[in-house]
Design a protein around this ligand. Structure first.
Ligand SMILES: Cc1cc2nc3c(=O)[nH]c(=O)nc-3n(C[C@H](O)[C@H](O)[C@H](O)COP(=O)(O)O)c2cc1C
Length: 127
């Protein structure tokens, strides 16, 4: 089990956007978020938080199957074969609409209806 540290943290610190995949009745469902938003809310070794403005389908999917996958990447981080590294982050996710975390998210992103909270299980480099 690897948490967000070392190279994984470096990539999270540099990624421009985050690809987020859940599973629905029709198969995989892909949404996005900005790396900057993740950084503003603080990169924790075991938890990532994103502002949820929409994510209605994602919320429905997570209620039925909480597994989630994130892809982060940046050319600014060195990979094994040259410039560029990416990490697959796997874990479980939930969308919450009240509580301390949501208050913190709304203080930075007043338009947010809630927070997407990712509980990280594993981080694996891809390059
Ligand atoms: C780079 C990028 C950043 C995004 N940032 C957010 C965001 O901060 N919050 C959000 O709710 N949706 C964000 N979206 C839109 C979502 O990808 C998605 O289209 C929307 O939330 C609808 O989700 P749903 O299909 O689960 O209902 C972003 C999309 C991209 C491509």
């Amino acid at each position: 089990m690897t948490k967000i540290k070392g190279i994984g943290r470096e990539v999270c610190e540099a990624t421009e956007f985050v690809t987020i995949v859940t599973t629905g009745d029709d198969g995989p469902h892909v949404v996005g978020n900005w790396g900057e938003y993740m950084r503003v809310l603080g990169i924790n070794e075991e938890t990532l938080i994103f502002p949820a403005g929409y994510y209605h389908q994602t919320e429905k999917n997570l209620r039925n199957d909480s597994r989630i996958q994130l892809l982060v990447a940046s050319k600014k981080v060195q990979g094994s074969h040259g410039p560029g590294q990416g990490c697959l982050i796997t874990g479980t996710g939930e969308i919450i609409t009240s509580g301390d975390i949501v208050d913190k998210v709304k203080a930075k992103f007043p338009w947010a209806r809630g927070a997407m909270v990712i509980h990280v299980d594993n981080v694996k480099t891809q390059l």
